[in-house]
Write a protein that binds this ligand. Structure first.
Ligand SMILES: Cc1ncc(C[n+]2csc(CCOP(=O)(O)OP(=O)(O)O)c2C)c(N)n1
Length: 544
């Protein structure tokens, strides 16, 4: 057997269903072995997109997604997607080729020290020298990537190593049962919750899983506790549960902070300190913190839990739920929910170009509870996080950790491949879409009929808003764009544009009914960014 065949056999043992990548000549043995396997190979138009897709696969399945590239420029192109996985906590194994170890007749051509480039942005990065170590190194890579807190691992497979004959066999994938929490930690947690006047849960990305969602709902129903989601935690508790305080929005101060400010005990669940900095909600260092997570927290001035319950989160929630006596009511949080709901449902006039609020409402009308929205990065992300009601875990995919532009379309494609039965909508700004728009062709080639909603303001709107906040001149942030309808059609997709007087809801419904890759361009009016986010929220006085 060739080393590349053993490599693929080990990937199969790991349960890999898809591999996303873009090869060079140095990967051809690997590609040939993949061709003969049961693994579906998705060749993208940019390695960054392959890494975003693999990260999405990891996020949605809990199993490491796999991406690959050639050496040098292919590996450098992977970097943003690899960091994205690492920062959002998605399990990912990325693989790059390298020059032959022994007879490298090309010398320094395309030579990059990929391992040292990847080390600071992954949990582990290593090069394979001995082909017989492939099964162990891959086993190690998958185990490390999937272990809590999940993240990225990079492996390098040099060209000559991939071609060698090997004697080693596949290494079995073992089963790991996550440990349950310590009973004394549960005692302390129950004590803290029962003593607190206004305990409040903040649920974050590490908890965005189906089982956690079930146990959280049960805890909330039994105890009356309220839940705030971070943006990457959206969907864990259904927003139509009376105890959801929806999600965090503008960092400085948003309606939800009226509730957070009143809490004396904050119970963080699967909390990602990078996503929603604790200095925002614990700026006066006056919150008692109970942390429930798979792994211990990193110490931080503002995030210094009094008690940590470490172990399988769903298990911990179940144990705590069983122990708490009686259901309490928390009028302060009930009032916060009423306030946020009022704001969410505020009447919005229909304008053309459309206002963000109308866009969010239209999308919600078209999508059912299980359908998936994958957002790119732009200011619409804030409107969606604040206003889009979410009902199921992992149905609202955004990156609020690296917060990279360009991830929305690849994430949407991977989500559609994994869930062909659900509607998938990628929401992008014109800026973010143009960073990976070439992947429209990938979606078509692999029959992933998602719909892309392109919110067009012909600008880098988010930066424009920040510029205005600083009272700077509007400078450099306006762009011109292709005709997006023609652009989509030139790929072989369907292009639609919401024209004045047309309904976005109906356009999206029609787009989904076509069951093909469709781009819907919707002009957006961002005049309220400053008015709402800067002026209204800047002067927010919480009702007593
Ligand atoms: C790769 C990358 N480059 C730059 C940024 C900084 N950035 C954040 S949002 C944004 C503007 C996004 O523009 P667009 O996609 O058109 O969305 P809009 O804000 O206009 O809705 C920029 C440049 C980023 N987050 N990621």
């Amino acid at each position: 057997m060739k080393a590349s065949e053993l490599f693929v056999a080990q990937l199969e043992e790991e349960g890999v269903r898809y591999v996303f990548g873009l090869p060079g000549e140095e990967n051809l043995y690997l590609l040939e072995a993949l061709r003969k396997s049961g693994i579906k190979v998705v060749i993208t138009r940019h390695e960054q997109a392959a890494a975003f897709m693999a990260a999405t696969y990891g996020r949605l399945t809990g199993k490491a997604g796999v991406c690959f590239s050639t050496l040098g420029p292919g590996a450098t192109n992977l970097v943003t997607g690899v960091v994205h996985a690492q920062l959002i906590g998605a399990p990912l194994v990325s693989i790059s080729a390298q020059k032959p170890r022994k007879e490298n007749w090309q010398g320094k051509f395309q030579l990059v020290d990929v391992i040292n480039m990847m080390k600071p942005i992954t949990k582990k990065a290593a090069s394979i020298f001995d082909p017989n170590t492939i099964p162990t190194m891959l086993r190690n890579a998958f185990k490390t990537a999937e272990a809590e807190r999940p993240g990225a691992v990079h492996l390098e497979l040099p060209e000559d190593v991939a071609e060698e004959e090997v004697s080693a066999g596949v290494q079995k994938r073992g089963e790991v049962r996550r440990p349950g929490p310590d009973h004394r930690a549960i005692d302390r947690a129950v004590e803290l919750i029962e003593q607190a006047k206004n305990p409040l849960l903040i649920v974050s990305s590490g908890a965005n899983r189906k089982r956690v969602s079930q146990y959280l709902l049960d805890l909330v129903n039994r105890t009356g506790l309220y839940v705030v989601h971070t943006q990457m935690g959206k969907g864990v508790l259904p927003d139509d549960c009376e105890n959801s305080l929806f999600s965090t929005g503008i960092h400085k101060h948003d309606y939800v902070n009226c509730g957070i400010d009143k809490a004396d005990l904050i119970i963080t669940v699967g909390y990602n300190i990078g996503e929603y900095p604790p200095s925002i909600w614990n700026r006066n260092l006056d919150k008692t913190i109970l942390n429930i997570d798979f792994v211990e927290s990193e110490p931080d001035l503002y995030f210094n839990p009094l008690v940590e319950v470490i172990g399988d989160i769903s298990h911990s929630l179940r144990r705590i739920a069983e122990r708490i006596r009686g259901r309490r009511s928390f009028p302060v949080f009930a009032r916060t929910r009423a306030l946020i709901e009022r704001k969410m449902d505020d009447f919005v006039e229909s304008r053309y170009p459309l206002l963000p609020q109308e866009i969010v409402k239209s999308v919600r009308e078209v999508m059912s509870r299980e359908d998936i929205v994958a957002l790119d990065n732009g200011i619409y992300k804030l409107w969606f996080s604040r206003l889009y009601r979410t009902f199921k875990p992992n149905t609202f995919l955004l990156d609020n950790a690296l917060a990279t532009m360009g991830a929305g379309l690849p994430a949407g494609i991977a989500a559609k491949m994994l869930h062909p039965d659900r509607k998938v909508l990628a929401v992008c700004g014109d800026g973010g879409f143009m960073m990976n728009s070439q992947e429209m062709e990938t979606a078509i080639r692999y029959h992933a009929p998602l719909v892309v909603l392109l919110l067009n303001d012909n600008a880098y709107g988010f930066v424009k808003w920040k510029q205005r906040n600083l009272n700077f001149e509007n400078f450099g942030m306006d762009v011109s764009n292709p005709d997006f309808v023609k652009y989509a059609e030139s790929f072989g997709a369907r292009g639609m544009r919401v024209e004045e007087g047309q309904s976005l809801t109906q356009t999206l419904a029609r787009a989904f009914s076509l069951n093909q890759v469709v781009l819907v361009e919707c002009p957006i009016d961002y005049s309220l960014n400053y008015e709402v986010f800067s002026v209204e929220l800047g002067h927010l006085v919480c009702p007593e």
